[in-house]
Design a protein. Structure first.
Ligand SMILES: *Cc1c(COP(=O)(O)O)cnc(C)c1O
Length: 393
């Protein structure tokens, strides 16, 4: 059965519906570096792209292909490209679209390394960049240049949880023939489908919600059409940013419960956000599920739910935040997000520490900002833990 028209959970469980030749219910780990050709003509046909036979695991592998095709189905795209990590996916897209004299326009609060690699490395190869607050369409409009080759969005952004108007930005970009890539890690395809909203490319850190169990690092790219797919896949293959079959297997397993995990985490997140919003020691909170979020209406339009990510600031700034992080017992003080356990971290000294002070300021990554990824524990336990830790502040 082809699951193109099945519901989301059926797609998660059954993927494309392709059957394993040995009858294995679960796609096995094809732990091999290379694949035998039937004969010389078959080998030649594989290399010429006239046969979809496998050649070599960096180029393609059945365990990885199953994950790629499943995520492409979930994102309603043409096909997927598995990568070594989320940053492997980001770098592959940058390599495919950028070059000397080309310009990238992006959000000033994207995932720290997604910006740091442009300003620290791609700049050495003549790539120009502008970082603006893409939640403001006018700033995007004003920053487009004749040599802009890629608009790179993250919405909600990391860690400020600002929401960008993806459809409006895509319309603007396409008037200038500029492709748009969206990092959809915070939402996962369960809550948002950027390709449907007009984007050309969507990518994920699989490390987060898609795998969901904090036991692998991986990334994936899905394109809207075949031309972009070919261009990006060949870049992934030649740079060696490929996945590993075991990593793909674990991710495919974690992916099956994506929707039930997010439903649960999101329900918890709403309760935690309401608790924090009224707590006397909390100065502000950003969560797409609260009407106090500045892009609350837009979030409701673009996303099927508010997700499990929030950021907040404590009265008393960084010192108070440190006290909170040092006293949590159930919540884990760790970077990463989207797993079954609740994680708390401090972006200014952790995930975004490589950014300059100016870049942090302009991106709204203030010293007092604490990021919380709400897990699937009992909401009452998460709240009780935050409550006792806040009492020490
Ligand atoms: C974690 C993350 C990345 C990078 O992914 P890795 O798997 O750690 O390389 C990219 N974008 C966002 C939004 C992330 O949270």
């Amino acid at each position: 059965m082809n699951h193109e028209h099945s519901g989301f959970n059926s797609k998660l469980v059954h993927g494309t519906g392709a059957k394993d030749p040995m009858g294995s219910v679960i796609t096995p780990i094809y732990q091999t570096s290379t694949f035998a050709f039937q004969n010389a003509d078959h080998g030649a046909a594989c290399f010429a792209g006239e046969s979809d036979g496998y050649i070599y695991t960096r180029i393609g592998n059945p365990t990885i292909r199953d994950l790629e095709k499943t995520v492409a189905l979930l994102e309603k795209g043409y096909d997927g490209i598995g990568c070594s990590s989320g940053m492997g996916a980001v770098t592959t897209v940058y390599m495919a679209y950028l070059g000397s004299g080309k310009h990238i326009l992006s959000h000033n609060a994207v995932y720290g390394p997604s910006r740091a690699i442009i300003e620290g490395t791609f700049s050495k190869f003549g790539v120009e960049s502008t970082y603006v607050d893409t939640t403001d369409l006018e700033q995007v409009r004003a920053a487009i240049r004749p040599n802009t080759a890629l608009i790179y969005l993250e919405s909600p952004a990391n860690p400020t949880i600002g929401i960008s108007d993806i459809p409006a930005i895509c319309r603007l970009a396409h008037q200038h023939n500029i492709p748009v890539c969206v990092d959809n890690t915070f939402c996962s395809p369960y809550l948002q489908n950027p390709l449907e909203l007009g984007a050309d490319i969507v990518l994920h850190s699989l490390t987060k919600f898609l795998n969901g169990h904090a036991d692998i690092v991986g990334g994936i790219i899905v394109t809207k059409d075949a031309a972009e797919y070919k261009k990006i896949r060949s870049m992934m293959v030649i740079t060696g940013c490929n996945m590993d079959p075991h990593q793909a297997f674990l991710t495919r397993r974690g992916l099956k419960t994506l929707a039930i995990r997010i439903d649960r985490a999101q329900e918890n997140a709403m309760k935690v956000a309401r608790f924090l919003e009224t707590h006397p020691k909390v100065a502000w909170i950003m969560y797409p599920g609260l009407p106090s979020h500045p892009q609350y209406e837009l979030g409701n339009k673009l996303m099927k739910g508010p997700g499990a990510m929030m950021s907040f600031g404590l009265k008393g700034g960084l010192e108070s935040g440190k006290k909170l992080m040092d006293h949590v017992q159930l919540c884990v003080l760790a970077v990463s997000l989207g797993g079954i356990e609740t994680l708390i971290q401090h972006p200014a000294s952790m995930t975004h520490s490589k950014l300059s002070a100016a870049a942090k300021k302009e991106g709204g990554i203030s010293d007092e900002l604490v990021r919380l990824s709400v897990g699937i524990e009992e909401a009452e336990d998460i709240i009780a833990d935050l409550e006792q830790a806040l009492a020490t502040v």
